[in-house]
Write a protein that binds this ligand. Structure first.
Ligand code: GAP
Length: 456
């Protein structure tokens, strides 16, 4: 099994992520987050918000509508050019993008004789390449035939840019400043796959940072945000050797873009025999968008979106540095990065998720040593009741203690707290560390401070 298959199996087994609408045979490119997945994903979004909004004086947040006036997508260029070229196999009707066929070049430039065989059926009989728009259409209104065609947003970005003027005039921010947002986006991906990596419904966490329209200053901000975002992943435990930047070649940049880098994650880290470089996947994009978005919205809405700079005493359209991360991709890669298969002793292996305590779905599990001893259950329940006021903690009394430890290892729970007979007399408990498997005695009234210290 490769790492994608291992994580998919673990995610389902433990309740992180399930295939969408599974009992009806599923729906390609959709996923449902289970009880552990929703906690993990929420922790990632909360950490993003904390570092990008709460801790900063120059960034504010927004939560814009998913469905927008369709003119937004004309202005942003999504209706005209948000598309992928694809070919269809005439024999089995499977459709592929160039990268799914291992073709490095633009499909429009590849001669029929140089096309590879169909990965699905092995034949080599392709249609001409066609552009395929990725926007998901929807219809608003109650009267059939009079409904307005609109779109589910293909990126969360435009909800910020159409509110640039609102935010600048209703808050105290001054350029340079940023607007952060987290929310769902939808793309009619031709080939969804690799678990949640390429989904049709997914979440993004973004910052749109507005700067003066000056080359030097905006590029300094670009470099700054590039490094900040890398440091954010590292601060939550992602291993440095599994992260790298990929610079988009200048000739492949959108015409308005001045620079673009991806933060990539190495999905091949467990496989020393994998071909070098093959496992690096985009997790987040850092883009210098010039004044493209605001300029387009100004032209299409016919509203003055210029900003009055009090210091310079002049009006201008700001330039934009964007950081655009996928919440689902971050969730997937944090899971992969934390995944370990460890030999505990001869004939005894465990799977453990070494998630950073800030991201772990449950910070601790609380157990009575024996579920049939009411005095142990009562004390354990009161500890669980106290801790859950402050932390996400889980109760477990199923099976033996060894099985409970292994289940919590797979859930990524950093600490297991066991109430035993000594606890009744000494008012302390055993706390087992997920990563080292060491056990220490901690007074019951020190548990809260102990967990707090681990979440800093
Ligand atoms: N506003 C810029 C923008 O949307 P993008 O590179 O198309 O740029 C940004 O998307 C991020 O959104 C990607 O780096 C990725 O993490 C996430 N993303 C994009 N398409 C996705 C998909 N189909 N499934 C899951 N995540 C996706």
């Amino acid at each position: 099994m490769n790492i994608f298959e291992k994580i998919t199996a673990l995610a389902k087994r433990r309740g992180f992520i399930y295939p969408g609408s599974e009992i009806y045979g599923g729906l390609a490119g959709t996923w449902d987050y289970g009880p552990l997945g929703v906690e993990l994903k929420r922790n990632i979004k909360n950490e993003f918000w904390k570092s990008m909004v709460q801790m900063r004086d120059d960034v504010v947040g927004i939560d814009a509508a998913i469905i927008m006036n369709p003119k937004v997508w004309e202005a942003s260029g999504h209706l005209a050019s948000f598309s992928d070229p694809l070919v269809e196999c005439k024999a089995c009707h499977a459709r592929f993008r160039a990268d799914n066929l291992g073709v490095a070049e633009d499909l429009f430039k590849v001669a029929a004789a140089d096309m590879p065989k169909c990965p699905s059926c092995g034949k080599k009989d392709w249609t001409e390449p066609k552009q395929f728009n990725l926007m998901v259409e929807t219809y608003l209104g109650v009267v059939e035939g009079e409904k307005t065609k609109t779109y589910l947003r293909g990126e969360i970005t435009q909800g910020v840019h159409v509110n640039f003027k609102n935010v600048a005039s209703s808050t105290r921010v001054k350029i340079p400043f940023g607007v952060a947002q987290v929310g769902k986006a939808f793309r009619n991906e031709i080939t969804p796959g690799e678990f949640t990596f390429r989904s049709r419904e997914f979440e993004q966490m973004e910052l749109q940072f507005y700067t003066k329209p000056e080359e030097k200053e905006s590029m300094q901000w670009f470099e700054y945000w590039k490094e900040e975002r890398r440091k954010w992943y590292l601060s939550l435990g992602m291993r440095e050797e599994n992260l790298r930047f990929f610079e988009h070649p200048k000739d492949k940049l959108a015409h308005y873009a001045r620079a673009a880098f991806d933060v990539e994650y190495n999905t091949n880290w467990m496989d020393p025999d994998a071909p070098a470089g093959a496992g690096w996947k985009e997790m987040e994009g850092i883009h210098h968008r010039g004044d493209w978005d605001v300029k387009q919205h100004q032209a299409f809405s016919k509203q003055d979106l210029t900003y009055f700079d009090e210091e310079k005493k002049e009006r201008y359209l700001p330039w934009i540095v964007e950081t655009s991360g996928g919440v689902d991709r971050a969730t997937l890669f944090f899971l992969m990065d934390a995944y370990r298969e460890e030999k505990v002793k001869e004939g005894d292996e465990r799977i453990v998720l070494k998630l950073h305590p800030k991201l772990a779905p449950y910070k601790a599990a609380v157990f009575p040593l024996l579920a049939n001893k009411p005095e142990l259950v009562e004390l354990a329940k009161s500890i669980h009741g106290d801790l859950k006021k402050e932390f996400s903690v889980i109760w477990d009394e199923r099976g033996n203690i060894g099985k409970r430890y292994r289940a919590q290892d797979e859930a990524g729970t950093p600490f297991c707290i066991t109430v035993d007979f000594e606890s009744l007399e000494n008012k302390d408990v055993t706390v087992r560390d997920r990563d080292t498997m060491e056990q220490v005695r901690i007074p019951i009234d020190a548990l809260q401070d102990f967990l707090e210290s681990k979440l800093k």
